[in-house]
Design a protein around this ligand. Structure first.
Ligand code: 5GP
Ligand code: MN
Length: 324
């Protein structure tokens, strides 16, 4: 932890508060859910009243995590401390919070806009769940088995199973300590990174049939029609981006996912050395140098054209070596 004084200030707020609301971003991933549950359950075990709220209904796969049944969609909120986790801009909270400025933001995105009263932001950290694992001793919070399971899930999700370049010795040491607290690495790894549904595999097939390449970019699209044909229930890419980014000889992979809102969700993944968060930020999104996203208004064709052009500009920019 680089910022010990903010860690301590947050600890003081946690101690003083009795009714704490914890939230994260729309279209939640394992780090969003893992960090909300990890902190939420640990505070409950310390006698605090905790509400865990996400703007989107929790996708079914997260029911695997103990305590996930407590995560609710927004209600009329009554609380004395609000905490936003793993979220780099306030818009991504959706309608989970009604106030103008939340109290605390804990996050690891390089594009973080520091929108809360207290911001603990560590872009070098591999996951928000990892930041929490490091903070707990400072806050006097113990790690029970359900808490360890939640935090390990967040770290596994964001590091793609310890494969990303920010997987440091510290990440592995913290995960070893979570295993000692009862997190089952092999089971979580299998469930989070390997298993997927028949529908998701079918949906991948639709995207894989259409893959295209242009210079150093490989990309594909997923339409609402594809989703319907595959009977895929989510509004995401079912992690197809991980398959695209495994194709060798291409620097950047992109998936365009048509949304019911008339907008297009875009996911970028880059090989080390490029910063796709810069491109995502230009479209109002954000993320990490190697993994970023945005939701952009327009038709599939329009968004595809604009995004490919901007991404090509990044690839041809002279600043290559300074990006990382
Ligand atoms: P994904 O492509 O898996 O949705 O997201 C990759 C990374 O970019 C994640 O860290 C995610 O939180 C971030 N991200 C994705 N979409 C958005 C967005 O619309 N806005 C911001 N600020 N970050 C995003
Ligand atoms: Mn994260």
């Amino acid at each position: 932890m680089r910022n010990k004084s903010i860690v301590r200030e947050i600890g003081k707020k946690l101690e003083e508060a009795n009714n704490i609301l914890i939230t994260s971003h729309i279209r939640p991933d394992w780090d969003a859910v893992g960090s909300v549950l990890g902190l939420g359950l640990a505070l409950q075990e310390n006698g605090k009243k905790v509400q865990m709220v996400l703007a989107d209904r929790l996708p079914e796969k997260f029911q695997y995590l103990p305590g996930s049944e407590q995560i609710k969609t927004p209600d009329s909120n009554d609380y004395d401390l609000s905490i936003v986790l793993d979220c780099s801009d306030f818009l991504r909270v959706g309608d989970a919070l009604q106030e103008e400025q939340p109290d605390v933001n804990i996050d690891h995105h390089i594009t973080n806009l520091k929108f809360a009263r207290l911001n603990l932001v560590e872009p070098r950290s591999a996951a928000t769940s990892m930041m929490l694992t490091e903070c707990f001793p400072f806050w006097g919070l113990d790690i029970s088995q359900p808490v360890a399971t939640a935090l390990m899930s967040g770290i596994l999700g964001d590091t793609l199973g310890f494969r990303t370049s920010n997987t440091s010795p510290k990440v592995l040491r913290l995960c070893a300590s979570l295993m000692e607290k009862g997190a089952n690495l092999a089971k979580l790894y299998e469930f989070i990174l390997i298993q997927n549904s028949f529908e998701a595999a079918n949906y991948w097939g639709m995207g894989l049939q259409k893959i295209q390449r242009n210079g150093k970019i490989v990309w594909t699209t997923l339409t609402l029609e594809d989703r319907k044909k595959a009977l895929y229930p989510g509004n995401d890419d079912a992690d197809l981006i991980n398959i695209l980014s495994a194709i060798n000889h291409y620097e950047i992979a992109i998936v365009f996912i048509e949304q019911k809102t008339g907008r297009i969700k875009v996911s970028w993944r880059a090989k080390p050395g490029w910063n796709v968060a810069k491109v995502a930020l230009k479209f109002g999104g954000g993320g990490h140098p190697a993994a970023a996203g945005a939701e952009i208004a327009g038709t599939l064709e329009e968004v595809q054209q604009q995004v490919l052009q901007m991404t090509n500009e990044l690839l041809t920019s002279e600043n290559y070596s300074s990006y990382n």
